[in-house]
Design a protein around this ligand. Structure first.
Ligand SMILES: Nc1ncnc2c1ncn2[C@@H]1O[C@H](COP(=O)(O)OP(=O)(O)O)[C@@H](O)[C@H]1O
Ligand SMILES: [Mg+2]
Length: 564
């Protein structure tokens, strides 16, 4: 190989770079994510037009960031040159080879040149077409071998511009798990990256991070000039409708009735990795038992295999996560803290009282859990967004630690009973009608303030909550909920389908009829209101909650999702 890489001092170039990653390896079944995909496509169109808006994707580990990137990159047109680098757990050499390798691989692909899986061969084959880029790359490798890592790194980050100037092609540079960049490359890497992002306007930067707090800090401090230049896109679990499609398509013709399917959507919280692993297990068990429909026993078995058994894939994943969190000095209290949180102790004071620790001790650990994206804060509430992790801690991890007197078989039986009652509870709850479920939710409020979709709401303790029927002068009638606190009255319209403009008017008219007490108007609709109705409602200072707001509250108060 040495002879092929003229100009490199020791000539040793990795051949392990997986340059197909960006173009070829695409998830067979890709679900949902339309809004993010549209946005990314739009950013590429803008780039071609000379306007660049960089993008940062944030979200928990395994939420699907890399999968989104794979789909996005696989569907880009050939004029765009892609550099995809996965920064996680890599070293400088990998970073270097991946950077150069994907660049040359993409260029070769678009020019129909041979697609070598080896940087040295790629360099040889593109030498004639892009001599300047090739000579810069050789210099970068030379610096690397001379242990001048900073010079080599700076050269590398300048490469997109050199390539663009030589070829006229625009680039998309993807740094997956970018917050690790400095660990992998050189000190001061972010500051230099910041400068390059500012000047290389023909390169669209897409970064991802599973550590939102850390990443945000880097973007706002180390890349401070650019903070406003990155559009921050949260990557959330899949919505209920997409999760249903996920289950149905992944089960490939094996039937599952609605209540069980919806249970699974809720149980996994729409996390694609969990859906994937449980569905795979379900499919395997169905073949084994020669069944073409999933019933409760097979579902229980699948959950047992993946989540209850110590070596089940999801169980193992959670176990390693807790182990990692609990490692290191002072972190031994983290498992106990996680158990408290999983047992619905949400506020700092309650956690301290339960654990018998000082406030600052607990606060430090909670911060760590938040940094790792395990725990979220809303108002004064700390909570798990990942329902399955919470379930595992409460019903699998905790009993294992606490019920030391009982054997593994008894543990299993207890788990099976618990799981089946979990399904039963879900079925009972999900068959209740929407207003009733909303009323049950309203009863949970306790004068706490919460953030719903970027807006803060103080949610009072209701003294009385009543179903109410109202009608206006035009004969329009509407079922609402009347909820009373000591100070005021709430009128709440609840509908699964669209609330009309006339119904909003009816709600407001009713309100003017009697009682000197101040009124709060709330419209709960699982479907987004049409624009006129929404504007009217906002004009009249009504609050509007859609599926997302309601499901945030349901998660906070430990109740199953409501979905359309
Ligand atoms: N939109 C999706 N459609 C289908 N499967 C998905 C989707 N998103 C994620 N997955 C599954 O979840 C796994 C973990 O996702 P990944 O993209 O690696 O997460 P992240 O990069 O956020 O850590 C993937 O390997 C894939 O099996
Ligand atoms: Mg990833």
């Amino acid at each position: 190989m040495t002879s092929l890489v003229k100009g490199l001092d020791d000539g040793e170039v990795n051949s392990s770079g997986d340059f197909f990653a960006a173009r070829m390896r695409v998830q067979q079944n890709f679900f949902g994510r339309t809004v993010i995909m549209e946005l990314l496509k739009k950013r590429v169109l803008d780039l071609k037009e000379g306007y660049r808006q960089n993008v940062a994707l944030f979200g928990n580990r395994y939420i699907g960031k890399t999968t989104i990137l794979q789909h996005f990159l696989a569907n880009l047109d050939e004029e765009i040159t892609v550099l995809y680098i996965d920064v996680e757990n890599k070293d400088f050499r990998f970073f270097l080879d991946q950077f150069v390798g994907t660049l040359l691989h993409h260029y070769s692909f678009s020019r129909k040149l041979p697609l070598y899986e080896d940087v040295a061969l790629l360099l040889e084959s593109v030498q004639e077409s892009i001599p300047h880029t090739v000579s810069v790359i050789r210099k970068i490798y030379k610096d690397y071998h001379a242990k001048k890592l900073s010079t080599s790194f700076h050269g590398l980050l300048a490469l997109p511009e050199i390539f663009t100037n030589e070829t006229g092609r625009v680039c998309v540079l993807v740094l997956d798990e970018f917050h690790r960049l400095e660990e992998v490359t050189v000190p001061g890497a972010f500051a230099y990256l910041g400068k390059k992002i500012m000047t290389q306007k023909k390169c669209l930067y897409v970064v991802t991070s599973s550590s939102p707090q850390q990443a945000q800090k880097i973007l706002s401090e180390k890349l401070s000039l650019l903070f406003g230049n990155f559009e921050m896109i949260p990557v959330d679990p899949l919505d209920p409708q997409t999760s249903r499609e996920f289950i149905e398509e992944t089960l490939q013709g094996i039937r599952i009735k609605e209540p069980l399917r919806d249970f699974l959507v809720d149980f996994t919280g729409g996390y694609p990795l969990y859906l994937q692993l449980v569905c795979k297990e379900l499919a395997g068990l169905s073949v084994l038992h020669d069944q073409d429909e999933i019933f409760i026993p097979v579902l229980t078995q699948a959950i047992e295999n993946t989540i209850f058994n110590r070596w089940g894939l999801i169980s193992r994943h959670f176990e390693l996560m807790v182990q990692e969190l609990a490692a290191g000095k002072g972190n031994q209290i983290i498992p106990a803290l996680l158990m408290c949180l999983a047992n619905d102790k949400h506020k700092a004071d309650d956690l301290c009282a339960e654990l018998g620790f000082k406030r600052n001790q607990v606060a430090g650990k909670i911060n760590r859990l938040r940094e790792e994206g395990v725990i979220f804060k809303n108002g004064n509430f700390y909570y798990f967004r990942d329902k399955l992790l919470k379930y595992w801690i409460k019903y699998i991890f905790q009993p294992r630690l606490k019920n030391v007197g009982i054997g593994p078989e008894q543990h299993r039986e207890l788990f099976q009973q618990e799981f089946q009652s979990c399904i039963e509870n879900f079925k009972v709850t999900s068959t209740k009608d929407l207003p009733l479920r909303v009323m049950e939710l309203l009863y949970c409020f306790d004068n706490e303030a919460f953030d719903l979709n970027g807006r803060k709401y103080k949610l009072p303790l209701f003294r009385e909550i009543l179903p109410w029927k109202i009608s206006n002068e035009q004969g329009q009638s509407l079922n609402v909920i009347k909820a009373l606190t000591n100070e005021d009255v709430w009128l709440i319209a609840v509908k699964g389908e669209n609330v009309s403009e006339a119904e909003v008017s009816a709600l407001l008219e009713e309100s003017r009829k009697d009682a000197p007490k101040p009124r709060r108007h709330l419209i709960i609709s699982l479907k987004t209101l049409d624009e006129n109705t929404r504007l009217k409602a906002l004009q009249e200072r009504c609050w509007i909650w859609n599926e997302e707001e309601i499901n945030t509250l349901l998660t906070l108060f430990n109740k199953p999702y409501i979905s359309r």
